[in-house]
Design a protein around this ligand. Sequence first.
Ligand code: NDP
Length: 368
Amino acid sequence: MGSRRDFLQKLSVSAVSLPLIYSPANLFAADSEPYDGPKLKVAIMGLGSYGTRVAKAMQSCKRATLVGLISGTPSKIEKWKTKYGIPEKNCYNYDNFDAIKDNPDIDAVYIITPNGLHKDQTLRVAKAGKHVICEKPMGINAKEGQEMVDACKAANVKLLIGYRMHFEPKTVAVIKMRKEGMFGTPKFFQGQSGFTIGDPTQWRLNKELSGGGAMMDIGIYSINGARYMLGEEPIWVTAQETKTDPQKFKEGIDETIQFQMGFPSGAVANCLSTYNMNNLDRFFMTGSKGYVEMQPSTGYGPIEGRTHEGPLTQPHVTHQTLQMDGMAALIFDGVQPIVPIDGEEGVKDMKIIDAIFLAAKTGNKIEL
Ligand code: NDP
């Protein structure tokens, strides 16, 4: 309990100095207080595995609420309608969801469908005048990502990417420690992201729907993590691909890629992305004064880790609950998370993924 109190004290001090930076502690502190401000009214598009997790987590949100459904599967709509008390007038399919433009009950649509569908769905939601929350990867390349950013700007709606780790208490604390100089000058990051993928017929192994293999799905956590752990943007990448099962991992679907990134300060990152090994969810960062290691580092939690000074003790809170409340705070009050979650942040990751694929294919060092 002492550590939780210390954590809250530290965060309330920083909340005074940085009033527009969102912190999970804002929510913890507010836990006992009733909230009667506006709620972000969200429709989920794609009632699959992750959509199910988000819907459940949203039941604990203070500032965001699930009000609508968009799905290609009528039986799911029926089940979810009952479970979450969603009215028929807020339910759509992929053919008719443009009609949300006339539905004042819905402020935002959370797109949780296969990656290859994100861009077109984002453009349609933006055209309907609703804010877009889109899962990672935001699209299947940087060009798509930029189109999404441009479309949302033109429609004057927000585009936010589902970077749940940017709200996770231990991750937020580590980023603050790095910003405050506790690790000195960051020198090296190691990210390992992977799992053994099952069913060979799933969309994740279909290039058109996924845009790639492990890198799009799980390697992106090491890319994004390298950026927020080191606090810099990479200027070059190199990459090497290994494929042991070309039947399962067809052309354009990466099984395993090792990649390296170089940063302006001279810091380097060495990462592994794979669909062929388990127990790979680990970040390590060392600087001139200390280090942090996290394992698991990006799973649904609890995240575990320690620095050279001792264990990370910040409380576990369901990531998606914090994320959705944080996104509501951003949309209503302009409160930014410690690391951005906007479309531009998504494009940065997509540019790096494009470069990694090119580096793996050509064997060249790719300048960014
Ligand atoms: P699922 O396959 O479990 O669900 C995807 C859903 O999308 C389907 O159930 C379906 O819902 C809908 N869909 C629409 N068109 C298609 C199609 N052609 N093929 C398959 N499904 C379709 O995938 P996930 O929920 O695991 O992943 C969805 C997205 O969420 C991905 O972009 C993924 O990267 C991201 N994700 C993010 C995570 C995170 O931690 N941030 C974790 C897991 C996934 P319906 O039947 O309702 O139409």
